[in-house]
Design a protein around this ligand. Structure first.
Ligand code: ATP
Ligand code: MG
Length: 445
């Protein structure tokens, strides 16, 4: 039994009152049946696009997908996507259906969908429509292609990544024939647009079961992220590490909060290791310079996948700095805060924790990082000064002392450094006096 939210129930009623069979369909049915809250509700209907428009005349609608039979109804309960029952035509390019054909029955519409657990429809009176055994698969936690898996992945290779994403998000096992077909067809992923690959990978990385899915489908990941292939099986030969570079990275990824920037940073933080590996005379592996090498590879990947500048910058900073000490004294914490700010500092802490846990060896490193986090919280709670904004003097005060041009900024930074290092109190008197003294020193030189 599924309880539809009012906006979906109401739209179904209106379409049915006008004579058009209409159902809730896809992810919302799957999620409701497994006891999770759907993040959006989709409907499918016998009404053609122009008939939907007539039923919802005067309402707020978006007609952007109309050609494919989709109308978005903007309701107080959120946007509702309503799509005419359709069957997709051939897929000669492995990406887009050559044409859509509107069909009369909900079962035909369900047959075009990729996985059985997403190929179910629900109606408040007619209840569940489940022609492909989706409910059984849902109960057993199985992800199975609808129909012939090879054919389905040939039609649209993005489905291969969707399968790994669902495995990661739902913790489902991919049925054997489906998994085998994913591998057989994986070369077709090269015709999928970078943005869509990025979105699926991000969903995959942020899933609750990411670690398991990434390890199981490492080979498929290698098809879309070939830069990472050298990590697979790359032994660390180092007492600090229990796992090879890839497994360490995947385990670390599963450890950080499920936030795209953090998960991507963790996945990529060591991608430069294979290129930097050396083995010393004792047989111990070293990876000198790997953060910078990782940054360079990561930059190529992020550009290819068309990440926003903002996300790229955040990820690259974390990759490059993951190995640098953050500082565990008030003074060092203030210094670091002045360089990167609180948000990046907290990101780095998360990355360092993930890295430490993912090494599988030194639990004391993790405890130490919690100590550092306490230190950060203390510094922030004490409202210690670590940025120009918090400094007790500003540019005007410095100009009043007779400096001008770039010298003003230089002086402010010098004063901030003195406050951070505990050499001066953050008061107008102390800082004005210090500035005067510095100006005189310079004068004498
Ligand atoms: P979620 O929204 O939670 O990621 P979902 O199953 O709702 O999962 P959507 O991408 O929102 O996925 O798509 C809605 C439905 O449309 C799916 O359940 C599936 O039935 C169908 N679908 C989406 N993309 C494809 C595709 N590439 N091939 C076949 N069917 C698809
Ligand atoms: Mg959905």
């Amino acid at each position: 039994m599924i309880r539809l939210p009012d906006h979906a129930a109401c739209a179904i009623e209106r379409l049915e009152a006008a004579g058009f069979e209409t159902w809730a369909v896809g992810g919302c049915v799957r999620d409701s049946l497994r006891g999770a809250a759907p993040h959006d509700w989709d409907l499918c209907t016998a009404a053609r696009p122009e008939e939907m428009q007539a039923v919802f005349a005067g309402e707020r609608v978006l007609a952007t997908g109309l050609k494919h039979g989709t109308l978005t109804l903007l309701t107080d309960g959120g946007p509702l996507e309503i799509t005419t029952f359709r069957a997709d035509g051939g897929y000669s390019d492995g990406r887009h259906p050559d044409g859509v054909r509107f069909v009369g029955h909900v079962e035909d519409d369900l047959a075009r969908r990729d996985f059985t657990v997403g190929a179910m429809a629900w109606h408040p009176e007619r209840s569940l429509c489940d022609p492909f055994g989706g409910q059984d698969d849902l109960q057993d936690g199985i992800l199975r292609a609808v129909g012939d898996p090879d054919a389905r992945f040939q039609e649209d290779a993005l489905r291969i990544l969707r399968a790994v994403r669902f495995a990661s998000q739902l913790g489902f096992t991919v049925e054997l024939e489906t998994a085998a077909a994913m591998r057989r067809q994986a070369a077709r992923l090269d015709c999928i647009a970078a943005e869509r690959i990025r979105e699926e990978l991000t969903g995959m990385l942020c899933g609750r079961f990411a670690q398991r899915a990434l390890m199981e489908f490492t080979d498929i990941l290698g098809m879309v992220l070939p830069e990472l292939v050298p990590m697979f099986g790359c032994a660390q030969q180092n007492p600090h590490h229990l796992y090879d570079v890839w497994e360490h990275s995947v385990r670390a990824t599963g450890q950080v909060p499920a936030e795209p920037v953090l998960r991507w940073s963790m996945l990529l933080h060591d991608c430069g290791k294979p290129a930097c590996k050396t083995v010393d005379e004792n047989g111990v592996g070293h990876f000198y310079g790997h953060p910078k090498a990782s940054r360079e590879i990561a930059e190529r990947i992020l550009r290819r996948l068309r990440f926003s500048n903002e996300d790229s910058e955040r990820i690259l900073l974390l990759v490059e700095q993951h190995d640098r000490p953050l500082g565990d004294t008030d003074k060092l914490v203030r210094r670091r805060l002045s360089q990167i700010g609180e948000d990046r500092f907290r990101d780095l802490l998360a990355i360092k924790k993930g890295d430490a846990v993912g090494q599988g060896t030194h639990p004391e490193d993790v405890a130490w990082l919690y100590g550092m986090e306490r230190c950060l919280n203390d510094v922030l709670a004490a409202e210690s000064c670590f940025s120009l904004r918090q400094l007790a003097v500003d540019g005007n005060d410095i100009k009043a002392l007779g400096l001008s041009g770039p010298a003003v900024g230089e002086m402010l930074h010098a004063l901030l450094g003195a406050v951070i290092d505990g050499q001066a109190d953050n008061t107008r008197e102390a800082l004005t006096a210090l500035a005067r003294a510095r100006m005189e020193e310079r004068h004498d030189e």
